[in-house]
Design a protein around this ligand. Structure first.
Ligand code: C5P
Length: 303
């Protein structure tokens, strides 16, 4: 049997970051929105655990046991006393190390695929528990749509979204390490009173009503100064998007991908064209949100 799962990328429309906790993580009010850029993970029985990856950026994806897809298979197998003998193939379309939860997406997808392949029949809440163990953003990749993440981002409450939003993502050269960006946040806020992170009522209302202009006015990412400090060239990308008519732009998660909200699909097309022409990013991708979470799209039986 072969099981294929499709899983979306995310953008953080609000990323409110509190001070560092005793465990090194930061308390967040993290409003996730799934966007229609997808990785696909295919699970096939094998003699031992193996991860392969295809796609233009496949070379940047680690294929060892640090890959979240591999870790998901190991975690599920351990819970059920199984050996994680599976070949996981990742078809990668989500920018790598870009702040769009590409690695988390592969973890959630592999978990769902292996659960189906091995017939382990996990409940939704068991799957979410394993996701939370794998990483702060992994539960959202399973859930999709829109959600508020609290704690370190893993405790989710689902949010209503009243319409489609049109995005452009400017993909930068190379990645940014999430721990490094949080470290820079700590350095920049040292000695300051970091307020408790809370979700913005204005932003939640804009999502609920599908109001792109209102959402644009409420977009905020507390990690943006840290990402810009580590990668000052992102300021030029943000300026190009604004000049090209984006309603707003911000760094996506820990970056270095930048996200621009556009009025409609046509405006998104011109913002993307301007970004590519400017040479301030490697490429630009257009996508809509919300998008469904990890979903089994194909099950092939051998007999
Ligand atoms: O949970 P995850 O493995 O994705 O986190 C990666 C890193 O990002 C953590 O090791 C930590 O440095 C940072 N992080 C954080 N606070 C969060 C989430 C992540 O400091 N809420």
């Amino acid at each position: 049997m072969t099981v294929t799962v499709r899983v979306p990328a995310k953008v953080n429309v609000q990323l409110a970051v509190g001070g560092a906790r005793a465990d090194g993580f930061h308390d967040l009010a993290n409003v996730f929105l799934a966007v229609g850029l997808y990785d696909t993970v295919t699970a096939t029985p094998a003699d031992s655990l193996r991860v392969t990856c295809s796609g233009p950026d496949a070379g940047q994806v680690p294929l060892d046991r640090t890959n979240l897809a591999a870790r998901a298979a190991v975690a599920l197998a351990a819970r059920h006393g199984l050996s994680p003998d599976v070949h996981l193939h990742i078809e990668k379309d989500i920018p790598v190390a870009g702040g769009m939860a590409g690695g988390s997406a592969d973890g959630a997808a592999a978990l769902l695929a292996c659960d189906r392949l091995w017939g382990t029949g996990s409940s939704r809440s068991e799957l979410l528990d394993i996701c939370a163990e794998l990483g702060s953003d992994v539960p959202f990749s399973l859930v999709g749509g829109a959600a508020l993440g609290t704690g370190r981002g893993e405790k989710l409450s689902v949010l209503e979204v009243g319409g489609a939003f049109h995005w452009v993502f400017a993909v930068a050269d190379g990645g940014l390490s999430t721990p490094a960006v949080y470290g820079e946040f700590d350095r920049l806020t040292a000695g300051a009173d970091v307020p408790l992170p809370v979700a913005s009522p204005v932003l939640l209302e804009a999502l609920r009503t599908g109001d792109a202009a209102a959402l644009a006015g409420a977009l905020v990412n507390d990690l943006q100064p840290a990402a810009l400090s580590l990668r000052p060239s992102l300021a030029a990308t943000l300026a190009v998007g604004a000049e090209a008519g984006a309603l707003a732009g911000l760094v996506s998660g820990s970056g270095p991908t930048t996200a621009f909200l556009a009025k409609d699909a046509e405006a998104a097309g011109s913002v993307a064209a301007a970004l590519v022409a400017s040479g301030t990013c490697r490429t630009a991708r257009v996508a809509q949100s919300p998008a469904a979470g990890a979903t089994v799209v194909d099950v092939l039986s051998r007999d």
